[in-house]
Design a protein. Structure first.
Length: 198
């Protein structure tokens, strides 16, 4: 995939951008760039598939609620880590980064508190327009995450789309769209020419 257009648009918005052909190359880059710091992880199948926690935890204080024993309350401690690593549920070619969250820890961490945030984005997350990226986040990413978490929601049961349900187990509770990096915090988008995560 040619990332030229989206890369230029992201840079114009103030993001640093790196592009890689494979997840392995991206993981190698992040393993070298993030060293000797505390690093928080947002819940992300992208990061899981890359084996990034295992790589980074060898030479950083890695905090992830998907891994037991990383901290007493890894979600809270990850919010104050030096660096935060996550993905997105959708991104458009203009450079809007879209995330939907249930507990709020992942989206909160992309807004404040770190020296730097890295967004690792596989090619499957990219859509031409904002409307299509939001549709993707709601109708592809969210149902797959609800299924993974075995939630009792219509989207998890059918796996086909968002039903804008009223279920108490609904995981789509907050939407954050980043138009630019937040003030006072560096942000870098790592684009990967492979399908990663949901």
């Amino acid at each position: 995939m040619d990332f030229t257009k989206v890369s230029e648009n992201l840079k114009a918005r103030g993001y640093a951008v790196q592009c890689f052909a494979t997840a392995r190359e991206a993981a190698d880059y992040l393993n070298g760039a993030i060293d000797g710091v505390s690093v928080g992880f947002g819940g992300s199948m992208t990061l899981e598939q890359m084996g990034l926690f295992e790589r980074l935890s060898g030479h950083n204080r890695a905090l992830w609620h998907w891994r037991e024993g990383t901290a007493e309350d890894p979600r809270k401690e990850a919010l104050t880590a030096d660096v935060y690593v996550t993905s997105v549920n959708g991104m458009d070619e203009d450079g809007d980064l879209i995330n939907i969250d249930g507990a709020g820890n992942r989206v909160a961490a992309t807004l404040f508190g770190h020296r730097k945030v890295y967004f690792v984005v596989g090619r499957n997350k990219l859509a031409p327009t904002y409307e299509e990226a939001l549709w993707r986040a709601r109708n592809i990413s969210a149902p797959k995450n609800a299924q993974r978490l075995q939630r009792k929601t219509p989207c998890a049961a059918k796996g086909d789309k968002c039903y804008d349900c009223k279920s108490p187990e609904r995981i789509c509770r907050g939407l954050v769209v980043l138009w630019k990096p937040m003030m006072g915090m560096e942000a870098e988008v790592v684009l990967v020419d492979e399908d990663l995560g949901y």
